[in-house]
Structure formats: structure tokens, C-alpha cells
Design a protein around this ligand. Sequence first.
Ligand code: ATP
Length: 236
Amino acid sequence: MAMLELHQVETFYGLSQALFGVELTIEGGEVVTLMGRNGMGKTTTLRTIMGLQPPRHGTVRFRDRDVTGWPSHRIARLGIGYVPEGRHVFANLTVRENLLATAANHAGTLEPWTVERVMSLFPRLAERHQQFARTLSGGEQQMLAIGRALMTNPVFMIFDEATEGLAPLIREEIWTVLETNLREAGQAILVIDKHPEAMARIADRHYVMEKGRIVWSGNSAALLADQAMQERFLGV
Ligand code: ATP
């Protein structure tokens, strides 16, 4: 059963068409990336998946259900954990309170995430569990944002440029957690990012967008091998 399937998706902002015939599939347990330069349609694709910008044509299927046109809160409740760029934590709650605030298990996961499990994933959060989130560094806030998404026990996660603007060491720490803790546990994830080398390491397959279309897809070996494609579409 596919986790997520976009078929012939065309999304518009008023009269202006942003997505053209987008085909994208993610199987259970897969880590897949969506890459492309700025303004090529990545955010619009996410907004379409989450029901924030429903497609005018085509279908979005999530866990074998046609969710096209569903309101976004209903889609989210099927088990999507969204990690946005730029933190989005409650500044005036402590680290622990931030994690407790999103705790849920709509999909009925057998071994749900707990505050303790999240803190063992990110020891920095454990050290700071009683601090207000506003006192954390940017990287620590991003770890907290990931923890908050995990506390919803998602069946599918979206990392939306979740390491943009972070110090390289922190970025590495987050990628390592993604690779060795989440991917190996079979968590299905869609990652929007701009670093093909790192993405080849942490993900199974990749999609590249250009002007609202998927112009390339393939596995990590194919991504690394195709330098010409990287230069043309990713500006590497
Ligand atoms: P970035 O990484 O900069 O967010 P992106 O690949 O996510 O880029 P989108 O934000 O999806 O790209 O934009 C795709 C196209 O849709 C662009 O041409 C953009 O100008 C247009 N677009 C995005 N949001 C809107 C909007 N609210 N109204 C009208 N056009 C929009």
C-alpha cells in the first residue's frame, strides 16, 4: 500500500498554474526527497498534499484513501507530522511542555513516542527540559519542532527545509537522527531540502522539480551519478 500518491496533480493560485501533472509516490517505510531551486513548486506540492491548496485536477491519495479536496485538519489527523522551516515552537512553554502539548496517537501506534524517547533522541533537549523554548538556540528549537511532530505519532512525516539556516554541526546532528533513528525504524518521510550529497545518504529516492513539473526522479546512486542534472536543476 502506498503511503502517498499524487496523480496528475495540477494546482493553481487563482488563474496562475503552479503545478503541472505532478506524479509522486511514497511507499510505507520510504524516505523520499523533493528538491529543486526556489520557486519551482516544492512548497505548493506540500500545500497540495496537506489540503491547504487543493488541486484543481488530479488526485491525492493518502494511505489508500482519496483525500483530494479534504480539509487539511482531516488530512492531518490521518497521521501527518509536519516539521516546518523556522522552528514554530511555543516560546513561553518549557521544552517538556512543548512536547506534551502535541502528544497524540490517532493512528494507534503500538509503541508511541513519549517525552523520554524524544529526549533520548536529542540529548540537548533532555538537558534543557525545564527551560522555556525561547531560550533555546535555533538548532535546539528545530530539534524541539521535530520532537513535537514525533509526539503526534505520525505515520508520515514531512521535513520542510527543516535544516535551513542552521549551523553545519546541528544540521548533521538532525540528518543523523533522521537517517539512523527514523529511517531505520521504518518511518515514511518526505524531505524538502537543498543538499543532494546529504540527501543521497539519508533517503531512498528523489524527485526534482522545475517550473511546477517533476523533471527527474531516481534513487540515490542515480542522483549522485547525474552531475549534469544536478547542475541544471539544483544549481550545484
Ligand atoms: P521556495 O523553496 O522558494 O519556497 P518552491 O519550490 O517551494 O520555492 P513554490 O512556493 O511552490 O516554490 O512556488 C511555485 C510557484 O507558485 C512560483 O511561481 C510562485 O511564484 C507561485 N506561488 C507560490 N505561492 C503563491 C501564491 N500564494 N499566490 C500566487 N502564486 C504563488
